[in-house]
Design a protein around this ligand. Structure first.
Ligand code: URA
Length: 214
């Protein structure tokens, strides 16, 4: 649902999303449970973020008759995973949209300055003709998310949406100020950020939890 005070932010309050998110937040959830829930929730979020995609019709024959049936219009959309945690959303969204093109942006966060440092960039061609969905589970300070959108725009993208699991108010504000044209879809808007830039109540380090690296 879109909040009139934050028209570019949509929080998906569907009971299945909220239930799965609670299970993920629980520190006792295993790596495999966390990963499975992230894949499931990513599909529910993808359902929301792809609402309003352009459609056309195609003539087909059902077993009973001919009809003009609705199909997606335009160039294949591009899913851009912001490494590494974006990959946790990518798998599920790709299951739902298997023909999507896929790109990767490698950014790590300098833990002292909290500023993003780019180490990889590979995206599909003709970004300007595609809907581009950037994927990162955590919109925290917004520094890396905004940097990723900067890079996508530099590469020609002009129709970008941002899909995350949790958003912090600071990250939402930063994205709105830097890229007011980029709608954000999230499962929850949390309370804030710790000194180290973690979202609270949050779920910890999304990458570590999905890959079992801590
Ligand atoms: N990245 C994470 O993985 N978790 C946070 O809380 C913030 C950024």
């Amino acid at each position: 649902m879109t909040d009139p005070a934050e028209p570019h932010l949509t929080i998906v309050r569907h009971p299945l999303v909220q239930h799965k998110l609670t299970l993920m937040r629980d520190r006792n959830a295993s790596t495999s449970t966390f990963r499975r829930l992230l894949r499931e929730i990513s599909q529910l979020l993808a359902y929301e973020i792809t609402r309003g995609l352009e459609m056309t019709t195609r003539p087909i024959e059902t077993p009973l008759m001919e009809m003009d049936a609705p199909v997606l219009d335009g160039k294949k959309l591009a899913l851009i995973s912001i490494l590494r945690a974006g990959n946790g959303l990518l798998d599920g969204v790709l299951e739902l949209i298997p023909s999507a093109r896929v790109g990767f942006i490698g950014l790590y966060r300098n833990e002292e300055t909290l500023q993003p440092v780019q180490y990889y960039f590979k995206v599909p061609e003709e970004l300007g003709d595609r809907l581009v969905i950037a994927l990162d589970p955590m919109l925290a300070t917004g520094n890396s998310s905004v940097a990723a959108v900067d890079l996508l725009k530099k590469a020609g993208a002009n129709n970008i949406r941002f899909l995350c699991l949790l958003a912090a108010p600071e990250g939402v504000k930063r994205m709105r100020e830097a890229h007011p044209d980029v709608p954000v879809v999230a499962a929850a808007l949390d309370e804030g950020l710790t000194e180290k830039g973690y979202i609270y109540p949050g779920l910890g380090d999304a990458g570590d939890r999905m890959f079992g690296t801590k």
